[in-house]
Design a protein around this ligand. Structure first.
Ligand SMILES: C[S@@+](CC[C@H](N)C(=O)[O-])C[C@H]1O[C@@H](n2cnc3c(N)ncnc32)[C@H](O)[C@@H]1O
Length: 176
């Protein structure tokens, strides 16, 4: 038995993924109507003006998939992670998986960041419902931290970094 597969998370996660599917349905339908070129142009625009883009998406979860969540849990468990930093917490679906892994690894700390104040409040509430609030700090005033991101993407600094799926980039420091 794990934190992920027992209550409250075993019931909270399906509830939140269902809520996310409903909240994000209009955006997904709009994206499905676009041509590949239009979608690429939208994502290029998001990259250059991401604050405006995510401001318009303030009510959307844009979550990882349930499968990616489980994969994050397995990776963090396998690595015995006790400290995890996440950029882009949104409503906290990925964070719940990461914090569950840290709990099952014996405790530690998950630091999340989120631009949108409404999402920060909702993520904190979801983590409280999941019984994981004691492990998680969500920072609402983080900048883009380009130096930090460059460091955790640097093989010379001992990190392995990989984007996977459409929406996750994972960086891990090799064991000393
Ligand atoms: C794809 S969603 C993240 C989904 C989340 N990881 C999950 O699985 O539920 C991206 C989120 O990152 C936030 N975001 C974008 N740029 C950010 C930044 N520079 N700092 C903090 N949050 C950011 C957006 O507001 C948005 O909520």
């Amino acid at each position: 038995m794990t934190t992920l597969t027992t209550p409250p998370l075993s019931t909270l996660l399906p509830e939140l993924f269902t809520a996310a599917a409903a909240a994000d349905a209009p955006l997904r339908a709009e994206l499905a109507r676009m041509s590949p070129d239009e979608r690429a142009a939208l994502m290029r625009g998001a990259g250059t003006d991401y604050r405006a883009f995510y401001g318009r998406a303030r009510d959307m979860y844009l979550p990882i998939s349930p499968e990616t969540g489980k994969l994050l849990y397995i990776l963090a468990r396998t690595r015995r992670a006790r400290v995890i930093v996440e950029y882009g917490t949104s409503f906290g679906l990925s964070t719940l998986h990461l914090a569950a892994a840290v709990r099952d690894n014996g405790g530690g700390r998950v630091i999340g960041t989120e631009l949108e104040p409404g999402k920060v409040s909702q993520a904190r509430a979801n983590l409280a419902r999941g019984g994981l609030a004691d492990l998680v700090e969500i920072r609402d005033n983080a900048d883009d931290s380009p130096e930090y991101l460059a460091r955790v993407r640097s093989p010379a600094g001992g990190y392995v970094s990989v984007p996977f799926g459409d929406d996750v980039e994972l960086s891990m420091r090799s064991p000393a």
